[in-house]
Design a protein around this ligand. Structure first.
Ligand code: ADP
Length: 160
């Protein structure tokens, strides 16, 4: 079984993330979305909330991906891969500014455990999109509809 992981904080999931997750689900038998638990990071949504939002967004997606699982992850991503029988990491690349860090991570993960990283180019519609920018805009009342799944939009409006 070919299984891949899409890792991240997803605080909250955006349409850019969702696009990568759904496209990856067409290439692999199963995609596991690994939602990072990082106690040093101040997140707007708890890990359970972030996981629920991803599950709902995937369920509501018109492409209907049924082979996507969502799980919490802490510690090294390669350990998550090992314990879940995952051979590949899938990451979205937005711009060259993402590249240096992602290349370094990819090479370290190959060195640590022989896990391969595959980069997918971002849908140009979402190339400027990040969770932090979405939160910033939403905080000041900006319109982020079309940039995040509807369930996220609703939660952002309630929370901010
Ligand atoms: P982190 O906070 O761990 O850096 P994010 O949750 O923001 O991660 O994003 C997780 C991963 O999702 C990124 O490493 C990147 O591969 C991908 N990603 C983020 N934003 C986008 C986007 N707009 N389009 C495509 N991929 C994205």
């Amino acid at each position: 079984m070919r299984r891949a992981v899409c890792p991240g904080s997803f605080d909250p999931v955006t349409n850019g993330h969702l696009d990568i997750i759904v496209r990856a689900s067409k290439l692999f038998d199963e995609v596991v979305v690994a939602v990072g638990i990082n106690k040093n990071k101040n997140t707007l949504f708890t890990v359970d909330e972030r996981m629920d939002l991803i599950r709902q967004a995937v369920r509501d997606h018109p492409a209907g991906a049924t082979n996507v699982a969502v799980e919490p992850s802490h510690g090294l991503l390669v350990d998550f891969c090992r314990s879940h029988g995952i051979q590949s990491i899938v990451k979205g690349l937005r711009a060259v500014s993402d590249f240096d860090y992602e290349l370094q991570m990819a090479q370290m993960n190959t060195r640590l455990a022989g896990v391969e990283t595959l980069f997918m180019s971002t849908n140009p519609q979402y190339a400027f999109l990040s969770s932090s920018l979405v939160k910033e805009v939403a905080k000041y009342g900006g319109d982020v509809s079309g940039l995040v799944p509807d369930v996220v939009l609703k939660q952002l409006r309630e929370r901010l």
